[in-house]
Design a protein around this ligand. Structure first.
Ligand SMILES: Cc1cc2nc3c(=O)[nH]c(=O)nc-3n(C[C@H](O)[C@H](O)[C@H](O)COP(=O)(O)OP(=O)(O)OC[C@H]3O[C@@H](n4cnc5c(N)ncnc54)[C@H](O)[C@@H]3O)c2cc1C
Length: 484
C-alpha cells in the first residue's frame, strides 16, 4: 500500500474501537469525529496528504525496497551521509508545516523503528528472533504508513523507589504471565501523547532498570494496536477551548492529547514482543541500537522549526508596535537568532561527523546530538517569556474574531491598530502571541519540551557520565607541565 492519504488515515481511525476516557465520557468509536480529537486528527491527516502533493512528495517519500511503493522517507535506513540529509529534508518538511508544534508526527517513531530494525547484533544478545520480529514490524509500519506513539515511564506514585517496588510491584505495567503464544500485561504506564488518534502504541523500555530478578517482569518491549482489548487511555482535559483558528491558532490545530495507559490482562502475541526479561538490554535499548541517535536527529530538526517560529513571531511583534529599535528587545531577538543558528549547526555537525554502526547504519554523531538534547529543553523555556515581554498588555487588550466582525470592529480598527498593522491584523497577530506564550496550550508546550527526553537533571548526569573527558583533561595536564 505505501503512503496513505489523510482520508485513509481518518477512516481507519474511525473504524477502530479504543477505550478512551475523557471528561467523564468513554469514547470508543469515530474518534476522529469527537470534538476533543477532531482538529488534531485533521492536522495529522494533512501530513499524510502532503505525501501525495507533488510539491512535497519528492522530499517526503522514497521507494520501498520490498514493494516498490512510495513510503515515508523517515523509514529510509541511512547508509551514507547523503541518506541522513534525505531523512532530514523529509523531517523538516513536516516540521515546517507544524512549526515544530507536532511532537509526535509519524517520523519520530518511524525513526526509532528504522534503527531498531537494523540492530541485529543487539537483539542477538538475547535471541535473534527479537531482531527478526522487529524488522517485520518495521516493514509492516512502513508499508501501511502507520502512526505510532510510545509510552515509557511507570506511574508517578513514589519516585523514591523503583516501579517494581510501588505498591508491592502492582502498579507499573509488567508481564504477569508468559504463555506459549505471547505475554499478558497488567498495570499502567504514565503517558502517551496522541494515543487516542494513533494507530499503534509502542510500549518500549525507558527508565533505568536494576539488573535484579525483581526487575525482570518490567523488562520488555512490545507494540499493540491502540484498540487492543483490555487497554484503556485516561486523557487529561483538552487545552483547546473550541475557538476558531483566528482565536486559537495553535491549539485549534496542534493540541496533542496526552493519556495515561492502563493495561488489564492485555494479551500481546509473540510476533509483537521484541524483548523480554533482560533489564541490561532494556537499559541499552536506545544507545546500542542507534534508535536514540535517529530519534534525536528527528527532534533537533523539529525544534529548529520551532525556534524559527519564535524568532519570526518575536520579530513581527517588535516591528508591529515599534519596539524593534530598543536595545533590550534586540538583545532578546539576538538570543533567538543564536538559538536558531546553534540548532542548525548541531544538525549539520551531527551529520558531517556521522559514523557507520556495527550494523552498517550511518548514525549521526551521538555526542553532538546528546549536547543538543540537553540544551534545547532549557532554552525553549525562554521563548514564551520573550513573547510575553514583547507583547505586555497587548496580550490582554485582545478581543476575539467575533468582536472584530461586530459593531465593535470600528473601535478595534481605531484603538487597536499597530504601527504597521490594521486593528484586525494586529488582533490576529496577538492572538498567535497569546497562544504561543500564555494559553494553556503554550504552558503544556513548555512542559513538553522540558521533559521531552526525560528529566533534564538526570539527562545532564547521563551526559557527564558518558562524556569522554580525556582529550580536554590531557590538555590541562600538558599545560601544567609546560615550563616555558
Ligand atoms: C506534555 C508531556 C507529554 C509527554 N508525552 C510522553 C509520551 O508520549 N510518551 C512517554 O513515554 N512519556 C511522555 N512524557 C513523559 C516524560 O517522558 C516524563 O515527563 C519525563 O521522563 C520525566 O518523568 P516524570 O514526568 O515522571 O517526572 P519525575 O521522574 O516524576 O520527576 C519529577 C521531579 O522529581 C525529580 N526526580 C524524580 N526522580 C528523581 C531522581 N531519581 N533523581 C533526581 N531527581 C528526581 C525530577 O528532577 C523532577 O523535578 C510526557 C511528558 C509531558 C510533560
Amino acid at each position: 500500500m505505501g503512503i496513505r492519504t489523510g482520508q485513509q488515515y481518518l477512516d481507519k481511525l474511525n473504524s477502530m474501537h479504543p477505550h478512551v476516557v475523557i471528561n467523564g465520557e468513554v469514547v470508543s468509536e469515530k474518534i476522529a469525529e469527537h470534538p476533543m480529537f477532531r482538529n488534531n486528527a485533521r492536522t495529522y491527516a494533512k501530513l499524510f496528504d502532503m505525501q501525495h502533493d507533488p510539491k512535497y512528495q519528492e522530499a517526503l517519500t522514497y521507494t520501498s525496497p520490498t514493494t516498490g511503493d512510495l513510503v515515508n522517507a523517515s523509514f529510509l535506513v541511512p547508509r551514507t551521509i547523503e541518506d541522513l540529509g534525505r531523512r532530514r529534508r523529509a523531517i523538516s518538511t513536516w516540521a515546517e508545516f507544524s512549526h515544530g508544534f507536532l511532537g509526535r508526527s509519524g517520523d519520530y517513531m518511524n525513526s526509532s523503528l528504522t534503527a531498531l530494525s537494523t540492530a541485529k547484533k543487539f537483539f542477538a544478545k538475547a535471541d535473534p528472533v527479537f531482531g527478526e520480529r522487529i524488522e517485520r514490524y518495521y516493514e509492516y509500519a512502513r508499508e501501511n504508513d502507520l502512526l505510532a506513539t510510545h509510552t515509557l515511564i511507570p506511574p508517578q506514585v513514589n519516585r523514591s523507589v523503583p516501579g517494581s517496588e510501588q505498591l508491592g510491584g502492582q502498579l507499573a505495567a509488567r508481564v504477569t504471565e508468559e504463555r506459549e503464544d505471547g505475554v499478558i500485561i497488567n498495570g499502567a504506564r504514565m503517558l502517551a501523547t496522541i494515543a487516542p488518534i494513533a494507530d499503534e502504541l509502542l510500549v518500549f523500555p525507558s527508565t533505568l532498570l536494576r539488573g535484579t530478578p525483581e526487575d525482570a517482569p518490567y523488562s520488555y518491549a512490545f507494540a499493540v494496536p491502540n484498540d487492543t482489548p483490555g487497554m484503556r487511555y485516561l486523557c487529561r482535559s483538552s487545552l483547546y477551548n473550541g475557538g476558531s483558528v483566528h482565536d486559537e491558532p495553535l491549539a485549534s490545530r496542534f493540541e496533542e492529547m496526552d493519556a495515561v495507559v492502563v493495561f488489564e490482562d492485555v494479551f500481546v502475541p509473540n510476533e509483537r514482543v521484541f524483548m523480554l526479561g533482560r533489564p541490561d538490554l532494556c537499559n541499552a535499548w536506545y544507545a546500542e541500537t542507534g534508535a536514540g541517535a535517529l530519534m534525536t536527529h528527528q527532534v533537533v530538526t523539529r525544534t529548529v522549526a520551532k525556534s524559527t517560529f519564535f524568532l519570526g513571531l518575536a520579530s513581527e511583534l517588535a516591528d508591529a508596535i515599534g519596539i524593534d529599535g530598543f536595545q533590550h528587545i534586540q538583545e532578546d531577538i539576538a538570543e533567538l537568532i543564536v538559538d536558531v543558528e546553534i540548532g542548525k549547526a548541531f544538525i549539520r555537525a551531527a551529520e558531517v561527523d556521522a559514523e557507520l554502526s556495527g550494523d552498517g547504519v550511518m548514525l549521526p554523531h551521538w555526542t553532538t546530538l546528546n549536547a543538543a538534547r540537553n540544551w534545547y529543553p532549557k532554552i525553549a523555556q525562554r521563548f514564551p517569556q520573550i513573547i510575553r515581554k514583547f507583547s505586555a498588555s497587548g496580550l490582554m487588550a485582545l478581543p476575539g474574531e467575533a468582536d472584530v466582525n461586530s459593531d465593535a470592529g470600528a473601535d478595534i480598527e481605531k484603538y487597536l491598530q499597530a504601527k504597521t498593522l490594521t486593528g484586525a491584523e494586529r488582533v490576529r497577530l496577538f492572538k498567535l502571541a497569546f497562544d504561543a506564550s500564555i494559553s494553556g496550550f503554550s504552558g503544556r508546550e513548555s512542559l513538553y519540551e522540558y521533559f521531552f527526553f526525560g528529566d533534564p537533571v538526570r539527562m545532564a548526569g547521563a551526559l557527564v557520565n558518558s562524556y569522554d573527558f580525556a582529550p580536554a583533561r590531557a590538555r590541562i595536564r600538558e599545560f601544567l607541565a609546560r615550563e616555558d
